[in-house]
Design a protein around this ligand. Structure first.
Ligand SMILES: Nc1ncnc2c1ncn2[C@@H]1O[C@H](COP(=O)(O)OP(=O)(O)OP(=O)(O)O)[C@@H](O)[C@H]1O
Length: 312
């Protein structure tokens, strides 16, 4: 069964002389949440607009569920829900009325979808309140409710967390996880802060100056940045066995350079040192290392900028 929802091949968008999306190749697989991360001006909104059909590529192709011609894409976009930039809401209308306007404008049959979408986004209790009294978080949820009206399989959201207070952030994160877990929705959600989506997404796509500079799973991201105890010894294999056996842990890894990374016991390095020494293993390095997610992102961006400077 084909599990690819979206595929971009050399997707390019130019505005006059500025290359905003620079030959992007990308694949989005069914059932996952993708965090689309980039600094301001990186090209996130432009890419999402191209995906939603709100703008057209200068070059390259976009495929949705295997369809790439204009009619096929238009047909497949009925399976998508989009919230790009701020939701278009009428402040004097209630949540229900706003959704009804959108439902009619988009020709979506059946009034019952409105209560379904309000329920899915946790807005049932405030359904009859005018939107002018809504917090930013509630407005964002209502925007997501509108994107859900056509019961989409693939949801794209542009910075839904931007500007929200901590409660609002938690609510949106929970909502996205729910939509993914309960309904199997594939989600592509953008943010300029990696940390914001760390707990929500399982895959991460980093974009910088219109180019994809990294694609990695949450697990790989963890491996890249997660704080760990870095251990160098004269006998890495024996050290690995000894730690597994005596510390009853599987959260450790032998890296290609022979360093062991232990992702537990960070607050009890003494026990680790003693375990190795009791097993007759000579430890040459034992320290806590790791990046914050933002460090990782900036390191990536820095490496790409450096490589570009060398080229030019
Ligand atoms: N219609 C347009 N005409 C000219 N340039 C544009 C247009 N739309 C976007 N751009 C430029 O394209 C670049 C990418 O913008 P885009 O909005 O896609 O970035 P972004 O990653 O979403 O950033 P932000 O978080 O600031 O929204 C920016 O330099 C922007 O100025």
């Amino acid at each position: 069964m084909n599990s690819t929802v979206l595929e971009a091949h050399n997707l390019t968008k130019k505005y006059k002389h500025s290359l905003v999306i620079d030959h992007i190749n990308l694949r989005i697989e069914k059932g996952k949440i993708y965090g689309f991360i980039g600094q301001n001006g990186a090209g996130k909104t432009t890419f999402l607009r191209l995906t939603a059909g709100l703008s057209f590529p200068t070059d390259g192709t976009l495929e949705l569920w295997g369809q790439r011609n204009r009619t096929g894409l238009q047909e497949q976009r009925k399976r998508m829900g989009c919230l790009i930039e701020s939701p278009a809401l009428y402040p004097n209308l209630t949540a229900v009325q706003n959704l009804e306007v959108q439902r009619l404008q988009r020709g979506i049959p059946g009034k019952s979808v409105i209560s379904d979408c309000l329920r899915m986004t946790g807005l049932t209790d405030t359904a009859k309140k005018p939107v002018r009294n809504f917090s930013l978080g509630m407005r964002q949820r209502l925007g997501i409710a509108a994107a859900l009206l056509n019961n989409p399989e693939f949801l794209i959201l542009d910075e839904p967390i931007n500007g929200l207070d901590p409660n609002g952030i938690v609510e949106i994160r929970r909502l996205l996880k729910d939509l993914n877990q309960k309904y199997g929705m594939t989600i592509l959600v953008s943010s300029h802060i990696l940390e914001e989506l760390y707990q929500t997404a399982s895959q991460f796509i980093l974009i910088h100056k219109g180019r994809i500079i990294d694609e990695l799973s949450g697990r790989e991201l963890d491996e890249q940045c997660k704080r760990h105890i870095a251990i160098k010894t004269n006998q890495p294999q024996n050290a690995l066995l000894s730690l597994e056996k005596h510390l009853h842990t599987e959260h450790l890894r032998l890296m290609p350079d022979g360093t062991i990374r232990l992702y537990e016991y960070l607050d009890d390095i003494e026990t680790v040192a003693r375990t190795l020494s009791d097993s007759g293993i000579l430890v040459t390095t034992l320290n806590v290392s790791g990046d914050t997610l933002e460090d990782y992102f900036l390191r990536k961006v820095g490496a790409v900028s450096h490589a570009q400077n060398l080229k030019s």
